[in-house]
Design a protein around this ligand. Structure first.
Ligand code: MRU
Length: 369
C-alpha cells in the first residue's frame, strides 16, 4: 500500500496524485454473528494483514475489546452484545435465578473492559433488561435477538446520520478527520467516515486529510485503509501538522466521531480531538461531531464526569513493540480527551443535526422524538 507524498512547496492537495490500489480489501463485515461464534476483523493487524478471528467464548470477546482488536464506540457495543450472548449460550443452569447469577458475572467482565465508550454500557444494560423480561425457556434466544437488534440499529443509524451529515459537505471540500470512525469502528457504515463516504457516493469531489492518531495510529492504519478502498482521495499527516493545514486554509471542515457525548454537548473522543477543535475555532473552520444517539449519555451532565481511559504507557514509548524512548522514560497515555461543547459547530446524529444550545436540543432529540 502506498500513500501520496505532497510536494513541499505547495501543500494544496492534488487529485492528480492518486493513492495506489490496496492489496487488502474488506470483503466481509467487520463484526458478524455466526450462531455459536462471533467473527471479527482483528483491527490490530491492519493494514498489513486482513485477519478474521472466530471467538467462541465471552472471555475471548472481552480480551478482544481490551486489546483493541475490536475498537470504536459503536463497534465495542455491538461486539459486547454478541459476546454477552456467547457467554449466555454456554451457561448450564436449571433455574432462571442460577442462570442470572452466572450471567451477571459475564456482564461485570464486559463492564471492566474499557471505560469511556458509553455504547458498551448501553449494550450491557439492554442485555440485562432483556433477561429481566424474558422467560427462562426462551432467555438465550431473547439475548441473541437483542444483540442482533443492537447491531441492526447501529447499521441503520450510521447510514442515516451519514446521509444527513453529507448535506453539510460541499463539492470541493477538504475534510480533516481524526482517529478512525468508519465501518471498522461502528460495525455499520461509519460516522465521520460514513459522512465522507456518503458525500463521495453523491459525486462530490472531496479530499480527506487524516491525522495519524498517535499512539496507536488508528488514522494511519485504519482510516487511510478504509478510504482507499472507496477510492476517496486521502492524505495522511502527523497529528502535529494539523495546525499548519488549518491555518493555511487547506481545511473546510473537521469531522470526528465520539465515544461519549454528555448532556451539555461536551464530547469525549480519541486523544487529540480537543486540540483539533481549538485549532478549528481559532481558524474559523466548522468542527462537527458525528455519532449515533447511542453515544449520547444524558446521565452525564458534562464532560468532566466522563471517565477517561488511561492505557499502558508502553503504547507511547514504543510502536508495535519497537522501543523509541530510552528505557525507563516516564510516559503518560490518556486514550481520550474532552472537547467542550463551545467548540462544536454541530452534532450529527441519525435523528437530526443538533446545534446549540446542546443541553436543550440533545434532550429534545433523545427524549421527545
Ligand atoms: O480507542 P479507540 O480506537 O476505541 O477510540 C476510538 C475513537 O475515539 C473513535 O473516534 C470513536 O470511537 C468514534 S468511532 C465511530
Amino acid at each position: 500500500m502506498s500513500l501520496r507524498v505532497l510536494p513541499l512547496k505547495d501543500v494544496a492537495i492534488s487529485r492528480k496524485v492518486k493513492n495506489k490500489k490496496l492489496k487488502t480489501k474488506m470483503t466481509d463485515k467487520p463484526i458478524e454473528w455466526l450462531d455459536s461464534k462471533l467473527k471479527i476483523i482483528d483491527q490490530t493487524q491492519l493494514p498489513g494483514k486482513l485477519a478474521y478471528l472466530e471467538l467462541r467464548n465471552y472471555t475471548d470477546v472481552v480480551a478482544a475489546i481490551k486489546e483493541m482488536k475490536v475498537r470504536g464506540a459503536p463497534a465495542i457495543g455491538v461486539a459486547a452484545a454478541y459476546g454477552i450472548t456467547l457467554g449466555a449460550q454456554n451457561i448450564k443452569a436449571t433455574t432462571k435465578a442460577k442462570f442470572l447469577s452466572q450471567f451477571h458475572k459475564i456482564l461485570k467482565a464486559f463492564a471492566a473492559a474499557r471505560p469511556t465508550a458509553v455504547n458498551l454500557f448501553r449494550a450491557i444494560d439492554r442485555m440485562k433488561k432483556t433477561t429481566e423480561s424474558a422467560d427462562f425457556a426462551t432467555i438465550k434466544q431473547a439475548l441473541i435477538d437483542e444483540a442482533k437488534a443492537i447491531h441492526a440499529e447501529e447499521e441503520t443509524a450510521t447510514r442515516r446520520l451519514s446521509q444527513l451529515g453529507a448535506k453539510l459537505i460541499k463539492d470541493g471540500f477538504t475534510i480533516l478527520t481524526h482517529c478512525n470512525a468508519g465501518a471498522l469502528a461502528t460495525a455499520g457504515y461509519g460516522t465521520a467516515l460514513g459522512i465522507i463516504k456518503a458525500a463521495w457516493e453523491q459525486g462530490k469531489k472531496i479530499e480527506v486529510i487524516a491525522t495519524e492518531t498517535r499512539p496507536l495510529l488508528q488514522g494511519a492504519r485504519l482510516t487511510t485503509w478504509e478510504l482507499m478502498q472507496e477510492n476517496v482521495p486521502v492524505t495522511l499527516i502527523t497529528d502535529s501538522m494539523a495546525g499548519y493545514f488549518l491555518s493555511r486554509g487547506k481545511v473546510d471542515c473537521v469531522i470526528v466521531g465520539a465515544d461519549r457525548i454528555a448532556a451539555n454537548g461536551d464530547t469525549a473522543n480519541k486523544i487529540g480531538t480537543y486540540t483539533l477543535a481549538v485549532l478549528a475555532k481559532e481558524n474559523g473552520v466548522p468542527f462537527y461531531v458525528a455519532a449515533p444517539t447511542s453515544t449520547i449519555d444524558l446521565f452525564v451532565k458534562s464532560g468532566d464526569q466522563i471517565p477517561i481511559e488511561e492505557r499502558n504507557p508502553e503504547e507511547v514509548t514504543s510502536i508495535k513493540g519497537v522501543r523509541l524512548a530510552p528505557k525507563g522514560a516516564t510516559a503518560a497515555n490518556p486514550a481520550f480527551d474532552v472537547t467542550p461543547h463551545k467548540y462544536i459547530t454541530a452534532i450529527i446524529t441519525e435523528k437530526g443535526i443538533i446545534r446549540k444550545p446542546y443541553a436543550n436540543n440533545l434532550k429534545k432529540v433523545i427524549i421527545e422524538k
